[in-house]
Design a protein around this ligand. Structure first.
Ligand code: ATP
Ligand code: MG
Length: 440
């Protein structure tokens, strides 16, 4: 992508409305724009990051055996009347009428709809286990939308729903998502700690919130310090192994960890003082097992091996991609801007032409741009005629992991400078060596 032809509306000034650093940086880097309260457009740079976050989420959901589909944002109120949640959900639900005066709603979550899909076609235990997920916009009319896309009214959610014949099987499905979440957040460069959680309006009796520690987090959390160093399940994790996944779950729930709603002061105080961690955190994921809470009222049942009909045991599993983007920034930035982990960086590398219009600089940059693009890298080429200082500031602000800087003096020697955004380390090398870094 040539910066001269891109759409990246950078702000020079700090936006007054932004209270936390991630919101400030997302606005300054031209990633998002608020369209009305708590409703955002994702501008091209932001969209790239969001897509990369979703790609990681999708890979790990698929690895754990979940199957992607897509359900609509608008739902019929009838489904929610069946489950009994239409009245219970309250003011967070945006209720709409269509031209026939039929009550509709903008989905805040999809338990009812996915249960409807399930009951229409699955009739036998032989088709279980089943886990269906989608990545879709949700709407919740939050009382206090704030911090940009961290808490917005329209937001994206990856929501997965599992169906099993028995409670034991459902626990295995729960553990699959538990392990998948550990892997997902790790790949996004985050340390998320699963904490016992309240089940809220989703209902049920087994639930964990995945929390990232951050000073600006809205939740107050309490846990054992050792969680910070726990091993993440590897790529080879066998998601079909009941014992293997139970061992991961047991390990990750062996120490105290709870949000303030579930906090047990006595249990926390039983941890030696030096090993206690009491902090603030951001909820980035939430998983629930809720048994037959929806399958019973909605009649979702299958024939079991005993020939009888059984209501299926369900769970639901949410991750908030549009909250994860600012959460990643909260965890990874410095005074100059964002520092993206490579897995979600909008571009892998930015090529900075220090003297656009100078033949040698132009040729060198074009060569590098073409070679890296051909190698499958996402390359941003700063071919503008801005001042050097502006270019450096922009590159640092948008947090691309590597900068290749081509100035007239280096280029005359067949060289460029390569800067690591995170460490700030700069290295002069031949043009070929700079390319080979990415191609090799
Ligand atoms: P919170 O407690 O932060 O209001 P919640 O418990 O209501 O969230 P869940 O129903 O558990 O949210 O939704 C699953 C995930 O969706 C959350 O873990 C979070 O990552 C994301 N999410 C929920 N509400 C919002 C929101 N208003 N803005 C952005 N992301 C959200
Ligand atoms: Mg929650």
């Amino acid at each position: 992508m040539r910066l001269s032809r891109y759409f990246m509306p950078i702000l020079k000034e700090n936006p007054k409305e932004a209270e936390i650093v991630s919101h400030r940086l997302m606005l300054r880097a031209g990633m998002i724009r608020q369209q009305s309260q708590g409703i955002y457009s994702w501008l091209p740079l932001g969209k790239r990051v969001l897509d990369k976050v979703n790609a990681v989420i999708r890979e790990e959901q698929n690895r754990a055996g979940a199957i992607e589909l897509s359900m609509p944002t608008l739902q019929s109120a009838e489904l929610w009347q069946e489950s009994g949640r239409y009245d219970a959900y309250g003011k967070e639900m945006l209720r709409i009428k269509d031209r026939q005066e039929r009550p509709m709603l903008y989905g805040p979550t999809n338990e009812e709809m996915v249960t409807d899909i399930f009951r229409a076609s699955v009739k036998s235990y032989k088709d279980l286990p089943l886990n269906l997920y989608h990545i879709q916009l949700k709407f919740r009319d939050e009382i206090r939308p704030r911090f940009g896309t961290m808490r917005s009214r329209e937001f994206m959610m990856k929501d997965a729903y599992s169906f099993d014949l028995t409670r034991e099987a459902a626990e295995h499905s729960y553990n699959k998502m538990f392990a998948a979440y550990l892997r997902t957040f790790d790949r996004l460069g985050l340390r998320a700690i699963p904490m016992r959680a309240d089940t809220g309006p989703i209902g049920g009796n087994l639930s964990h919130e995945f929390i990232i520690l951050a000073d600006t987090g809205e939740s107050e959390v309490f846990c054992h310090k050792d969680f910070v160093g726990f091993d993440i399940p590897g790529e080879r994790t066998d998601f079909d192994s009941v014992e293997g996944l139970q061992a991961i779950f047991d390990k990750w729930t062996s120490l105290y960890a709870a949000t303030s709603e579930m906090h047990d002061e006595a249990a926390f105080n039983a941890i030696p003082e030096g090993e206690r961690l009491s902090a603030r955190g951001i909820e980035v994921g939430h998983i629930f097992y809720f048994g037959t809470k929806y399958s019973e009222p909605m009649g979702a049942k299958v024939q079991g091996p005993d020939g009888k009909e059984h209501f299926v045991h369900m769970g639901s599993y949410g991750i908030g991609p549009t909250r994860l983007v600012p959460a990643i920034i909260e965890a990874s930035h410095d005074d100059n801007g964002i520092i993206w982990p490579a897995s979600v960086a909008p571009f892998d590398v930015v090529v900075i032409n220090m003297k656009a219009g100078d033949e040698a600089c132009d040729d060198t940059c074009e060569l590098i741009y073409a070679a890296l693009t051909k190698a499958g890298k996402d390359v941003l080429y700063d071919d503008t005629d801005d001042r050097a200082g502006t270019k450096f500031a922009t590159a640092d602000l948008i947090g691309v992991p590597v900068q290749i800087i081509a100035g007239p003096r280096a280029v005359a020697n067949g060289e460029v400078e390569v800067k690591d955004r995170k460490t700030g380390a700069r290295e002069t090398m031949t043009i070929e060596a700079a390319i080979n870094r990415f191609v090799a």
